[in-house]
Design a protein around this ligand. Sequence first.
Ligand code: PSV
Ligand code: MN
Length: 424
Amino acid sequence: MQLGKKIIEAHNEALLAGHRRKYDFIAAGIPDVKAVLKKLIDFQVGIPSWALGTGGTRFGRFSGGGEPRNLEEKMADIGLLHALNRSSGAISLHIPWDIPSDPTAIKALAAQYGLGFDAMNSNTFQDQPGQAQSYKFGSLQHVRKEVRKQAIDHNIEVIRHGVELGSKSLTIWLADGSCFPGQLNFRKAFTNTLESLQEIYAALPDDWKVFVEYKAFEPNFYSTTVGDWGQSYLFASKLGPKAYTLVDLGHHHPNANIEQIVSLLLMEGKLGGFHFNDSKYGDDDLTVGSIKPYQLFLIFNELVEGMDARKMDHTRDLGWMIDASHNVKDPLEDLLQSVEAIMISYAQALLVDRKKLSAAQEANDTVAAQEVLQDTFRTDLRALVAEARLQAGGALDPLGLYRSEKVREKLIKERGAKTVATGL
Ligand code: PSV
Ligand code: MN
């Protein structure tokens, strides 16, 4: 199902007067509000093809119904999100969960929904039916050459699928590591991984990037071969200028200073992309901004400052994606909440008084520096984000409209109550 323009317009009409009151109040205090709105309108967040179904844990999965049964239906779901918020204009595919059987038709469908193709993701963390070699003891790091070769070939195949669709990047997340002391020779695991990555790198088209995603733990619990930003940075530096580090917010030890990590990676020109989610304990994959919204803002603050320092384009020069799982919520509602949280944090970061902050830093005025950041963080910018959405043709209240239009009920009618989407 799709939401027509007329439905969105009628919804906006009913909310317009209330919105105007709030927006005019906030806009009056923003010096160049037009420029800020343009940045908000341009900013797009990639939606992963594996986040449109209900996620689960190893203890169970409780389907919500109406889940997309194939890639076409996943794209229809993202098309719905994008129609509602105009900020979800890209899809990120995980192979082999979502192999496009007819790339030309899939491209045409994407164009119909106004979607682009974000990074392609390879999967060497699961064995697929009929696969010759097992990844039980790793993939690109494996002690046996045949296993490494199979994993390298898979990544090259993923690049090929991406080229057909018009994607420009490959994200490699490896589950490789070890569960017990002594299981691995760390240096050999690193060297094998590097050599494997070098073969994949050699297959990248000229205008492509490869993102090396790190994760501190899970599924391996003693060591992870790309375990932190230092290891990822080492791989990316040794690989060359098309290789970057990818930061997934849930992939750190508790209380890691992620804002400092992104600042330094940006300084070195080695930050490639982001996976947004939120967490309280580990890689919880919770709704963005649901647990630590201040941390999200602090990260965006460094991103905006660092990108501006390098004269980077906020929208195009980094890959922005949600990587979350929805165990108890409707996945589409969760994604709407996540995109909203990202847009609010981005808007707040755009409004930080940089001159004041820099002056406070130069004067060692800790109190003033904190005031600058918290003043922005505590300003309610929801009406500003809503105005950007309105100007882009989206809904003033995407979640409200999703519910009043009974989208999930309609999807269940269309697809059935017991459908299961591919993914984790
Ligand atoms: C791993 O936890 C991860 O964050 C990687 O990005 C995967 O590709 C993704 O989740 C989906 O499993
Ligand atoms: Mn991730």
